[in-house]
Design a protein around this ligand. Sequence first.
Ligand code: NAI
Ligand code: 15L
Length: 272
Amino acid sequence: MTQAAKGKPFKRILLTGAAGGLGKVLRDRIKPWAEVVRLSDVADMGEAREGEEIVQCDLADKEAVLKLLEGVDAVLHFGGISTEKPFEPIMQANILGVANLYEALHKAGTRRVVFASSNHAIGYHHVNTVLDANSPTRPDSYYGLSKVFGEQMGRYYYDRFGIETVCIRIGSSFPEPANKRMMSTWFSYDDLVEMLRCSLFAPRVGHTIIYGVSDNDSVWWDNRLASHLGYKPKDSSSKFAHLFPDTSEFPDKDDVTTTYQGGKFLLDGPQY
Ligand code: NAI
Ligand code: 15L
């Protein structure tokens, strides 16, 4: 370990899903927080750079996940299937994978997790409904259901063992909104990193649910129940308004992909 790495707040942070879209963004940006960042994915992640460890494994492999958590202080859990798919792969990666993860972090003595949940846990709410952390889940897909399962796994391990989890119901975290819906759901990479920082460093988080969203003009989610994290968004999708100049009705009452928060996921499943 180099001199610069010593004295960072965490000894070792595990980032799962490190080969994915968000994992690649986070790989460098979380480095200031830990002496060692352990990167994991089922896919190739390239060579380890300074301050990194690479562990390629499948979250569904119980023995591999038990080893993966050894020596880990905190987890950013971004690995798994990230869109609607048939039940079997979702079950392996997102349901069995989360069960393996929580049992492994309990055995390893890891005390805090940030779970990349999704707006698809609540996707069957109408876009005119403002939700908070206490709103009922209304999954719009097997994928959304698996995120509800992951959130509740965190709840159970907090009540049973005091392991703390922040579940971030991420909206749409991409360089820019890709459609009118994402003007409401957009979550900039900078705001994502800030929410992760708040989730890792807040003194107590218990089991917190927070919506991963920037300070957009039109938002469907109210984060006041997660104010103890201290998250303050800095970005807004308003700077992309010029990308969607057409004035057609939104939501269009005849199109479920605009009237429900989950957008097109509503029509993608079930694919049993
Ligand atoms: P992604 O699909 O690009 O990355 C997911 C990564 O997980 C991939 O690299 C994949 O190889 C890995 N993975 C899949 N199955 C695995 C398994 N069985 N074992 C180990 N690794 C496995 O997705 P993205 O966009 O980077 O999202 C990351 C996380 O954030 C996902 O959990 C996703 O559900 C969640 N999320 C992302 C949103 C976004 O706007 N990007 C919105 C809502 C949630
Ligand atoms: C998600 O949960 C997906 O992982 C991501 O690819 C986007 O589709 C996002 O939701 C969204 O709702 O825009």
